[in-house]
Structures are given as structure tokens and as C-alpha cells.
Design a protein around this ligand. Structure first.
Ligand SMILES: NC(=O)c1ccc[n+]([C@@H]2O[C@H](COP(=O)([O-])OP(=O)(O)OC[C@H]3O[C@@H](n4cnc5c(N)ncnc54)[C@H](O)[C@@H]3O)[C@@H](O)[C@H]2O)c1
Length: 392
């Protein structure tokens, strides 16, 4: 069988860019052998040393410092855009206009207006325009979603989600793009976007938000002397700059199916480096997941005898989504890591490009706009002192 070949580039070689690069490298090793070959063409970063490092580590042919080189490159078909949110629009629009397939990191843009313009550009293009909501590729989260959608919990009543992270709790964590922009562009955009996408993935559309509160706990941060990546510390200049967005957001919601949602998202949650978790309660059962114990989830239902009934822990394995041939040793209970989710995402994107549909498609730009409409409603609710805001 001749495999189709897709030339790929990754723009941004920071914390998440490396995960995209590694994802493309492994995408052909999982699932059916009919997937396309990812030709690893270029890694781009304005920080040339970082681009070179990623090029060498993940086996790409070129390292470049200007994303415009990718727009013009004949040997690149598909591009991951993994830079700060405010840079997404210009790069994505240029890539789409040049006929490239794009996988843009979340959130699509810092504002709903920019995101809508990007969705319109995607509509005008004939190529794939996908968004990196990586947790949709989680075997455990996807198993819970299937459980809910197959009716095993009965009627969904309550979804409780928290995205609790500690990366900004240290006041010496330096200023970066994550702390710039107005209300809603902080913890809400960074980790709340994942939380809302997860909630809608599991429980369906959110139609109303209320009771929102946005809080900034640390209102200025030291300016770094050099480059900072992800949430890394580093040398400081001695200057400080104001933080422009929230460290913490809480809100309630209603889903289209009638369920109530309760949410809190934070980047100042002590001791929790990666604490995205949720519970979903239905009329006939419940399910729960915690990213810090990614290889398992919890369920309740009425099937066990009363005297031994209670919450059960299920270890994920080949019986669950993605794991059969999704890890090199697909035995029960071996688990998986965040890196694997980027492999499944890369594979789904490449498959979409060549017209294969074995995996669920990546979220579209319109899906991402929907999520941003929910986040926008949270900001509007907070501005109005917690008023209820409907989502069209
Ligand atoms: N899906 C996920 O789980 C996940 C996780 C983390 C971050 N993200 C998203 O990924 C994106 C990047 O986040 P990050 O944490 O990797 O950021 P980061 O700050 O660690 O890395 C960004 C990189 O972009 C480079 N850069 C800046 N301007 C550039 C330009 N004009 N051209 C090329 N490179 C440029 C920087 O030098 C840096 O290396 C954001 O949209 C973020 O929300 C997604």
C-alpha cells in the first residue's frame, strides 16, 4: 500500500509547540497502517536556538525563524500554529490564504471578533482548519463522554468542573503573554477554555452563564531578562509590569439538556500543577475524572448489589477509546500520558487532510468560536455583577 505524504511544519517551539512536533513524529506509529506519512519539514520559532533544538530532537528537516517562510514553502502542506494567542489570527489567515491545512492552538484568539474572522477565513478556504482541544483525545474523558451519550447515566443533572493550576501562584513567575490582555484573557482563556470545551464535549452545549466572578490575586509581575517558555522561571530585570487579566474565575451555567453546570478555573491553586477535573451526575449514575490520575475514571450506577454498591474505579485500557494500538504496548492498565493525546490529535488532523475518518475529527474553528462565546458570556456576567447571560 502506498501511503499518502503530508509535509508538516510547526510554528512555535515553546511548551506546547514541542508537543505538536513530537505528535507528528509518532502519528504514523499508532492505529491502522493506512494513515498518511508525516514529512517533518520545518520548526519555526523567533528564538532560533529553540527552533534548532526542536528540529534536531524531533527529526525535522529545517529550523526557521520567520513564519512567513512557511506561508511560501511549497513542501509544506499542513501547519500547527503554537504561539501566543494574540499572534494566531495573522498567521492563520496567511496560511489559509496560501492553501495550507492548519491546526491552531486554543483558544483560537483573545477576542470573539478575531475568532469569528478566523472562522470566516476557514469557511472561505478549501483546506482543513482544526483547533487543538487536546483533551478531547483523552481515553478516559472520551470513555465518560460515550457513557453519557449512550444514556448510561440517565438524564444529565449536574456537571461540576474545575481547572485548577498553580503556575501563577509564585509572584516571581515572570511576566509573559499569558498575563496581558483584558478580562477573560487570563486563567479563563488559558485553562478555562479547556474546561468549557471538555464540559460541552461531555454534556452538550452551554446555553446560559450566570454568577461569574473574575479575580486577580497577583496584580504585578517581574519582567524577565531573557526568553521565558511556558511557565518557567528565569533571570529578572528588576522591573515589574501590571497583570492585565484574571488569576481566578468562577461561574455557573445551564446546558441545553437542562443540566446545571458549576465551574471554577484558577492559575493560583496551590499544589496543583495540572488539576483539571470534573464530575457529571445523572438520574441513573455518575462519572468523574481527574487529569492528575489520567489512567482511570470513576463511575456509579445501580447495577452492583446494594451492600457492595458505591463509586467504582475503572482503569483505562484497550477497551476504551484510542488505546487499542494507540500506545506501543496496548495491554490493560498500562496508562498513557499527555504526549499521547498530541499524537492522537496529530493523527486525526493528518487523517482528515487525506480524507480518512477512523478517528473523530478535530474541533473546527466554529466549535472554537462557540467555546469563546461561553467565555465571553462569563466576562459579561462578571461585568454585570453576576447577571445571567444567554448564549445564542
Ligand atoms: N493544548 C494544550 O494542552 C496546550 C498547552 C499549552 C499551551 N497551549 C497553547 O499553545 C500556544 C502556545 O503556548 P505555549 O505555552 O507553548 O507558549 P510558550 O510561550 O511556551 O511558547 C511560545 C513560543 O512561540 C515563540 N514565538 C513568539 N513569537 C513568534 C513568532 N512571531 N513566530 C514564531 N514563533 C514565535 C516563542 O519564542 C516561544 O518559543 C497558546 O495558544 C496556548 O494556549 C495549548
Amino acid at each position: 500500500m502506498t501511503r499518502k505524504s503530508v509535509g508538516v511544519a510547526v510554528i512555535g517551539a515553546g511548551m506546547a509547540g514541542r508537543a505538536h512536533a513530537a505528535g507528528y513524529r509518532s502519528a504514523g506509529t499508532v492505529f491502522d497502517a493506512d494513515g498518511p506519512e508525516a514529512r517533518l519539514v520545518s520548526v519555526v520559532d523567533t528564538n532560533e536556538a529553540l527552533a534548532q533544538d526542536a528540529r534536531q530532537r524531533y527529526g525535522f528537516a529545517r529550523a526557521e525563524s520567520d513564519w512567513r517562510a512557511i506561508v511560501a514553502a511549497d513542501d509544506v502542506d499542513a501547519v500547527s500554529v503554537v504561539v501566543a494567542n494574540h499572534l494566531h489570527r495573522e498567521i492563520i489567515e496567511a496560511l489559509l490564504a496560501a492553501g495550507k491545512h492548519v491546526l491552531c492552538e486554543k483558544p483560537l484568539a483573545p477576542s470573539l471578533a478575531d475568532a469569528r474572522a478566523m472562522a470566516a477565513a476557514a469557511d472561505d478556504a478549501t483546506t482543513v482548519a482544526a483547533v487543538g482541544y487536546t483533551y478531547r483525545r483523552s481515553p478516559a474523558m472520551s470513555a465518560i463522554r460515550d457513557h453519557v451519550h449512550n444514556g448510561h447515566l440517565g438524564r444529565p443533572i449536574h456537571f461540576n468542573g474545575h481547572a485548577w493550576y498553580d503556575y501563577a501562584l509564585d509572584p516571581l513567575t515572570p511576566m509573559s503573554w499569558r498575563y496581558k490582555g483584558g478580562p477573560g484573557t487570563g486563567a479563563l482563556a488559558d485553562v478555562g477554555s479547556h474546561m468549557v470545551d471538555t464540559a460541552e464535549y461531555v454534556c452538550g452545549p452551554v446555553v446560559e452563564v450566570s454568577g461569574a466572578v473574575l479575580t486577580t490575586v497577583i496584580d504585578e509581575r517581574p519582567v524577565p531578562a531573557g526568553v521565558t517558555l511556558g511557565h518557567e522561571r528565569g533571570e529578572l530585570t528588576g522591573e515589574v509590569e501590571p497583570v492585565e487579566n484574571e488569576d481566578l474565575a468562577t461561574f455557573t451555567a445551564r446546558f441545553e439538556n437542562g443540566a446545571v453546570g458549576t465551574f471554577s478555573v484558577s492559575r493560583v491553586a496551590h499544589g496543583l500543577p495540572n488539576g483539571l477535573a470534573f464530575e457529571v451526575f445523572g438520574s441513573a449514575g455518575s462519572a468523574a475524572f481527574d487529569l492528575q490520575r489520567a489512567g482511570e475514571f470513576q463511575v456509579t450506577d445501580s447495577s452492583p448489589r446494594g451492600e457492595v454498591n458505591g463509586q467504582r474505579r475503572v482503569y483505562v485500557g484497550p477497551a476504551h477509546p484510542y488505546l487499542r494500538r494507540g500506545v506501543p504496548m496496548d495491554a490493560p492498565g498500562v496508562g498513557y500520558g499527555t504526549g499521547d493525546l498530541f499524537v492522537y490529535q496529530a493523527r486525526a488532523f493528518l487523517d482528515q487532510i487525506v480524507g480518512l475518518d477512523h478517528l473523530p475529527p478535530c474541533p473546527s474553528f466554529h466549535d472554537a468560536v462557540r467555546g469563546l462565546e461561553v467565555l465571553d458570556a462569563v466576562v459579561e456576567s462578571a461585568r454585570g455583577g453576576g447577571v445571567a447571560v444567554k448564549i445564542a
